[in-house]
Design a protein around this ligand. Structure first.
Ligand SMILES: [Zn+2]
Length: 315
């Protein structure tokens, strides 16, 4: 697979969910924060157990990598290492996302965080851009507004868009209409995680708010009208197969309604979401999709081409 498909690409990949055990060891040395000594224990601390357990268990795997990325040096190192690992896998481009506000626990401000991540990309000489995530919540409106403002400030300088991530079921997409109204006003492009923990109404709200891509979006398949909307407006979905199993969206790849989305004319892209938490990478995700639906190489090439066509930065 790796040799057959060239120019692999990722549009939906979280930096904190993709810290490899080797990277975590390096960050531990840089930060002085201990990590489990045994390789097996470290891997378990970063990885969600296979299969569908609970969203809380999945989310708990972000605690350690996040705690290791609270200084500029550590953020820079984590991003550089990830970029080099992606290059090694055969990717030609990736859009890496993270929430700058989650890296401000030890005195950094969001601007410091973005600049450190940007340096990490530059050091690696890998072709990547940053998507800055706003977080779902009810006490962080000011931080989300700042994330949108900084996306505008750094747009074109290693930053390509913003996003909305976090607990979709607890904090509905509609609650963030004002944050993304500002993004629209500033002409900042954005994607929104929607239709993962919630249903098609969340996808419709994201489209209404002006999202030009949808993170996951798989639950759009439950509503013909929402599928029509995505197809008509040519809004692609960033499908993440293994992650959808881990967070109990569906019990297996085979049971995900992706062929239905494609038959409805929706542009589908395949992504890893979190390489460490979901113990995966783009090659594995494409392979899993190919096997589950019996797709031929031409279909896989089309999915990769979709991602190239829908990237915020076109190569
Ligand atoms: Zn995601």
């Amino acid at each position: 697979m790796n040799s057959k498909f060239k120019n692999l690409i990722e549009l939906h990949l979280h930096i904190d969910g993709s810290v490899s055990p080797a990277s975590a060891r390096k960050l531990s040395q840089l930060s002085g924060i201990p990590v489990p000594e045994k390789d097996e224990d470290l891997k378990n601390a970063l990885m969600c157990p296979p299969g569908c357990r609970s969203l809380n268990e999945y989310l708990s795997r972000f605690d350690l990598p996040c705690s290791l990325m609270q200084t500029q040096k550590c953020i820079e190192s984590a991003v550089e290492t990830l970029c080099l690992e992606l290059k090694q896998l055969g990717l030609s481009y990736a859009e890496l996302r993270f929430a700058p506000q989650k890296h401000c626990e030890k005195g950094l401000v969001q601007e410091d965080v973005i600049e450190a991540a940007s340096s990490g990309i530059k050091n690696s000489h890998f072709n990547a851009s940053l998507i800055l995530c706003c977080m779902r919540g009810d006490k962080n409106r000011a931080q989300n507004i700042r994330t949108v403002e900084l996306t505008k400030k750094y747009l074109g300088k290693n930053v390509c868009a913003c996003d909305l991530a976090g607990a979709e079921a607890l904090f509905p997409t509609q609650n963030f209409a004002d944050v993304f109204a500002l993004a629209r006003k500033l002409e900042v492009p954005f994607t929104i995680h929607a239709g993962e923990a919630c249903g098609p109404e969340s996808v419709a709200a994201a489209v209404e708010m002006g999202a030009s891509r949808i993170g996951h979006g798989i639950n759009a398949a439950r509503d013909e009208k929402v599928m029509e909307l995505l197809a008509k407006k040519k809004i692609p979905v960033e499908w993440c197969p293994t992650s959808n199993i881990n967070t109990c969206v569906a019990p297996s790849v085979k049971e995900m309604p992706v062929p239905k989305l494609m038959r409805s004319g929706i542009i589908v892209t395949v992504n890893s979401d979190n390489m460490s938490v979901s113990n995966t990478n783009i090659i594995h995700e494409l392979q899993a999709a190919k096997e589950a639906f019996g797709w031929d190489d031409k279909t896989i090439e089309q999915l990769l081409q979709n991602a190239r066509d829908c990237a915020f930065v076109r190569g």
